[in-house]
Write a protein that binds this ligand. Structure first.
Ligand SMILES: [Zn+2]
Ligand SMILES: [Zn+2]
Length: 262
């Protein structure tokens, strides 16, 4: 049984998925649980403060779905949020999400030098190693702001949109930078995310996960990062086996900000 710990719905600016149909799809797949983690990313380039949603309405919607479907469909439903990390908005973001009783708070770096790599412009300046290095440097600069989070999302987010023939992000390319991030995740008791939206597009480098384990990392969460029903739980069997083969001991989900192994 798997849990999809990272799913977007129509509460996110980039998804139209109805949360109710997401729950049904997750139950059809036999998932143990689904966690909604809509985007909260203030001062987002081109969107200002609109990458945000009505937390109260969101919580009410999810609570209704729990009531209606948890017993009936035999699935657990959790509420979370994916917070975009950038120093100048962190105070506002953290004060907005605290006291909302989220089951999980995911931290992400989407924006580098004022750009989302989703827009190909980001890759126009510099080589593959330079752009990947710029992304990791930004993540490292952001680390102190990740401290209040439960899950470290897609450490290699930009590879999804990279224009290179060989997009793989290898441990051997930048071992010091990757070590810095992995050590931070472990020291702060966070979960490393196995993001199948990324891994479905660009193969992961086994050496990164093996290094996580070697440094003492034990926990991971499976994340489709799905914005449509078709993506929910995608390739979980394949990539959870991959994570286990790298030595990851515990795969699970968060409930009330606590990791629960499955
Ligand atoms: Zn993200
Ligand atoms: Zn996401």
């Amino acid at each position: 049984m798997y849990s999809d710990t990272h799913v977007h719905t129509c509460f996110s600016f980039d998804s139209e998925m109805d949360p109710e149909s997401a729950v049904k799809k997750a139950a059809d797949l036999g998932l143990f649980s689904i966690t909604f983690t809509d985007h909260f990313d203030l001062d987002y380039p081109g969107y200002g403060d609109t990458v945000c949603f009505d937390f109260d309405k969101y919580i009410e919607t999810i609570d209704e779905l729990k009531e209606k479907y948890e017993k009936k469909l035999g699935i657990k439903i959790f509420k979370g949020v994916e917070v975009g990390i950038r120093p100048h908005v962190m105070d506002r973001e953290l004060s907005a999400v605290k006291d909302k009783n989220f089951d999980v708070i995911i931290g992400s770096t989407h924006i580098v030098d004022g750009m989302d790599p989703y827009d190909g412009v980001f890759f126009e300046k510099g080589s593959k190693m330079q752009t990947y290095g710029r992304y990791l440097d930004t993540v490292i600069d952001n680390l102190e702001y990740y401290k209040n989070f439960d899950v470290f999302a897609h450490y290699d987010y930009l590879v999804r949109y990279a224009p290179y023939e060989d997009k793989i992000f290898r441990y051997s390319d930048m071992p010091d930078k990757i070590d810095c991030i992995l050590k931070f995740i472990i020291e702060n008791g966070m979960s490393l995310e196995i993001n199948t939206s990324t891994y479905g597009r660009v193969s992961p480098d086994k050496a990164v996960l093996e290094r996580y384990v070697k440094l003492g990392g034990e926990i991971a969460t499976m994340a489709s990062d799905g914005h449509t029903e078709a993506k929910i739980g995608r390739s979980f069997k394949k990539f959870s086996q991959f994570a286990r083969s790298c030595g990851i001991k515990y795969i699970g989900h968060f409930e009330n900000r606590k990791f629960i192994a499955e």
